[in-house]
Design a protein around this ligand. Structure first.
Ligand code: NAP
Length: 335
């Protein structure tokens, strides 16, 4: 039997970090020692894991001097930029949730149901894709395999938990009538839709939109797929919803598309419009799967299809996907 790994959770006090702990516990992830790390602000606080209190330690250059096999990072891009290479240089395999390393050529960007083979060539850092990209990939991969993909148009409806504690606070405060002290957004989110996620770039897109475009190419290993995106923050606490319009390379029968979705791991078809059944953010919240519905032909183009894809952005979009990557790493752990 393989030995149990020592693991570190970096950002253990955050929205994603605390979900890492939940998911590790639920999936009974094996470990010898677990270390909880965050900023100096949280050092000395405790977090609960498997019924036990763990003291949070400040992340420093020396945090990885002790033997650690796998570190799950969710502490922002600048923390990952500084500390992931330090961890990797000490033999730790980092699974990083920030956007910092995703587009580096020597860093695999992995959705375990889609491109698990890329884990093998990691050099110490594996990137978890953007939350909105992850759920889209699970729906697109079976289509790519069976029909080939020519073009994708993403329109997203993203939950405030994707902005961490500050985003959740803005919606909670707004629902109570306080839209004054905004922490995450440029405008009130309660009763609003903000076509603005992350910063605007010179090309007119937001960084979130470009993440979806670039990450789709990298994960599906096909730069020829034409991709565009509009990403929108909506007043929903948990789960991102996405309308995805796809032009396939080959003709298809709708029943065959539904069947190939049904066969794909981690993807659940919810498509019975006569009974008002389609994926919903409220239903997806707290689960690890990706849901697809409203599967219908796009009659405006040849081989076009529209789908509606929903997943819990903190679980499959962040923590669960990273833990699934870590589970694959267990197989490679030296005895
Ligand atoms: P969050 O709730 O604000 O939590 C941030 C965490 O990072 C906290 O534990 C914080 O510790 C820690 N941290 C901040 N600066 C640090 C430093 N200098 N050294 C060590 N730890 C530090 O944010 P979040 O939503 O969990 O997001 C965390 C990361 O995951 C971000 O990179 C985000 O882009 C990424 N991500 C988020 C989502 C999402 O849907 N929320 C999805 C995918 C990826 P303190 O408590 O000590 O401040």
């Amino acid at each position: 039997m393989k030995r149990k790994p020592n693991i570190a959770v970096v950002g253990a006090t955050g929205v994603v970090g605390s979900t890492f702990l939940k998911v590790l516990e639920e999936r009974d992830f094996p470990f010898e020692n677990i270390y909880m790390m965050a900023s100096a602000k949280s050092a000395g606080k405790t977090v609960k894991f498997k019924g036990k209190d763990y003291v949070v330690e400040e992340l420093t250059e020396h945090s990885f001097d002790k033997p650690i096999d796998i570190a799950l990072f969710s502490a922002g891009g600048s923390t990952s930029a500084k500390f992931a290479p330090i961890a990797a240089s000490k033999g730790v395999t980092v699974v990083d949730n920030s956007s910092q390393w995703r587009m580096y050529e020597d860093v695999p960007l992995v959705v375990p149901e889609v491109n698990p083979e890329d884990i093998a060539w990691n050099k110490g850092i594996i990137a978890n894709p953007n939350c909105s990209t992850i759920q889209a990939m699970v729906a697109l991969k079976p289509l790519q395999d069976k029909y080939g993909i020519k073009r994708v148009v993403y329109s997203t409806y993203q939950a405030v938990s994707g902005s961490g504690v500050k985003g959740i606070n803005d919606l909670k405060n707004g629902l109570e009538g306080n839209n004054e002290d905004l922490q995450a957004y440029a405008h009130p989110i309660a009763g609003n839709c903000l076509p603005h996620i992350d910063v605007f770039l010179d090309n007119g897109y937001t960084k979130e939109e470009m993440k979806m475009i670039n990450e789709t190419h990298k994960i599906l290993h096909d730069d020829d797929i034409k991709v565009t995106a509009t990403t929108v923050r909506v007043p929903v606490f948990d789960s991102h919803s996405e309308s995805i319009n796809i032009e396939l390379e080959k003709p298809f029968e709708l029943e065959d598309v539904v069947e190939c979705f049904r066969q794909f791991p981690g993807l659940i078809v919810q498509d019975d419009v006569e009974n008002n059944v389609y994926p919903l953010a409220l239903d997806a919240a707290g689960t690890d799967e990706v849901y697809v519905g409203r599967i219908r032909r796009d009659y405006s183009v040849e081989n076009g299809i529209n789908i509606w894809v929903v997943a819990d952005n903190i679980r499959k979009g962040a923590a669960t996907n990273a833990v699934q990557i870590a589970e694959k790493l267990l197989e490679q752990l030296p005895d």
